[in-house]
Design a protein around this ligand. Sequence first.
Ligand code: C5P
Length: 211
Amino acid sequence: MGFIIAIDGPAAAGKGTLSRQIAEEYGFHHLDTGLTYRATAKALLDAGLALDDEAVAGKIAREVELAGLDRDILSAHAIGEAASKIAVMPKVRRALVEAQQAFSKREPGTVLDGRDIGTVVCPDAPVKLYVTASPEVRARRRHDEIIGKGGEASYDEIFADVKKRDARDMGRADSPLKPAEDAHLLDTSEMSIEAAFQAAKSFIDAALKKN
Ligand code: C5P
């Protein structure tokens, strides 16, 4: 079994960028587990199926292929919203968590990012990071990213969405978003991505030495 780095945190905290940088630095495989929830939601939407039928959503979740996940196609805001609705369903979570756990065992190591990696998917991971930032900072970053790509966005609407998504992810009964007890907290509200990367690297290097 390879070395596992578990990274959790709320939407738009910077964990995706950080996870990709870490995976590249150490030559590890990376899985953005949010994409597995997004792919399930998109398959339901594309097939015109309801988002509130747990048996159907669970079956679709079992058919998700990790190799076919495409960030560009799955990044749409509406898919993220739908994903957080089906992510409350235990049958969906069980199917996707099994696939994520199989991925996490790859050699020489893996970086998984999501909401429940350190608490549920890989509770024995030797390095756990909880990446967060204030809702205002996260909404501002998401807003600037959309504007930077030439899109249109309202800060107030994005801020309201960030709060709604937090409430859903932190308030659900099955695998709510929360830091694992042994996670290192990285608050990126006033930290550059480079500083967050350096901090993460020091935790990872220390754990690799012990391994
Ligand atoms: O991270 P991302 O925005 O792509 O995730 C979409 C949704 O999928 C989240 O809002 C959350 O509800 C769900 N999710 C989850 N557990 C994970 C990853 C994502 O419940 N490990």
